[in-house]
Design a protein. Structure first.
Length: 323
């Protein structure tokens, strides 16, 4: 089982999802996140296509879904730690999220990744991103500031954490047949086909999840700290990180996703009981798109968020087949 902190990660309920996929031979996962479902499918021998429109999930998919043999070793880590910082990360973030000392360390590692062999870069980026998420304690970057007693502020402790994440990534590298795509979900769906299409879109509840906003620091990190930042906010957020899914457009968004799935006879869609649209509305959308559907459910708690509504609720799995 793969366990990396990420809002909405499904690793706690894989036993709920995987039986509805197995014994398929192929899977497309266009909202792959940290690849919990994709990786479990790869372990079972499925040919897997994992896609995401964000850079951290894409690099995770490159590392453990598309990659079958390459790992990082001690010499790679030593190489990454040998680079001096440019100063850009500490200039941007200061003592926000992590300490300046740690940002300088991250800055140096990021520069070193650019000098690595191309095939090793995704693993290093995935491990560094995972370490930043864990080191920040809240697991996301929506808080304007974080008391330094709640984050890793000593660079040696961060190096230890980075090493642990490298070990975790390495342990997930297994033989298999997988591909990774960096594009929006509809493009991934249309350009591929499989026995099963697994959909895990952002849940729209009272509190809409904007994943690019939640993980904007990682998007900037992987972009070499070159994203254009807004100047009208108290903390540095890249411009154009508006939410693609809202209460107003979520029904149409899901409808477009399902209408793009003409190559699939079986579609699974994860959602939450607190979400919009409700179960009856979701069933109607499936029916309008040519599917028959039934729903199964289980309880879940997402510990990565402090919001009570988002931490709990009933996890729904819509299981749809062509009518």
């Amino acid at each position: 089982m793969i366990k990396f902190n990420y809002v909405g990660s499904k690793y706690r309920i894989l036993d709920f999802i995987i039986p509805e996929i197995w014994p398929a031979k192929t899977l497309v996962d266009p909202f792959c996140g940290t690849c919990s479902v994709s990786y479990e499918a790869k372990k079972l021998g499925l040919r897997v296509v994992s896609g995401d429109y964000m850079l951290y999930p894409y690099n995770m998919a490159l590392s453990i879904i598309q990659n079958n043999t390459i790992t990082l070793d001690e010499s790679d880590i030593k190489f990454l730690l040998s680079f001096k910082p440019s100063g850009i990360a500490a200039e941007i973030y200061g003592d926000i999220y992590l300490s300046r000392e740690v940002w300088d360390l991250i800055d140096g590692i990021r520069g070193g990744i650019n000098k690595m062999k191309k095939e090793k870069r995704p693993l290093a980026l995935a491990a560094l991103s995972a370490a930043i998420i864990t080191g920040q304690s809240m697991g996301n970057f929506t808080v304007k500031s974080m008391p330094l007693d709640r984050v890793i502020r000593d660079k040696n402790k961060f190096i230890e954490l980075f090493n642990k994440k490298v070990v975790s990534i390495n342990s997930c590298v297994i033989p298999g047949d997988g591909r990774a795509f960096y594009c929006d979900a509809i493009e991934t769906i249309k350009n591929n086909s499989a026995d099963v299409l697994y959909l895990d879109p952002p849940y729209v509840t009272k509190y809409v999840r904007n994943y690019k906003y939640i993980y904007h620091v990682l998007e900037n990190l992987i972009s070499n700290f070159k994203l254009e930042l807004r100047k009208d906010t108290k903390h540095p957020i890249p411009i154009n990180f508006t939410n693609e899914t809202t209460k107003r457009n979520i029904k149409n968004f899901i409808r477009k996703i399902l209408l793009s799935a003409q190559n699939y006879k079986r579609v699974l869609l994860s959602y939450n009981s607190n979400g919009v649209p409700c179960v009856d509305e979701m069933k109607k959308i499936f029916a309008d798109c040519g599917f028959t559907v039934f729903v199964k459910q289980t309880g879940i708690k997402y510990y990565i968020t402090s919001n009570v509504e988002l931490r709990s609720g009933t996890e729904l799995l819509y299981i749809a087949t062509r009518a």
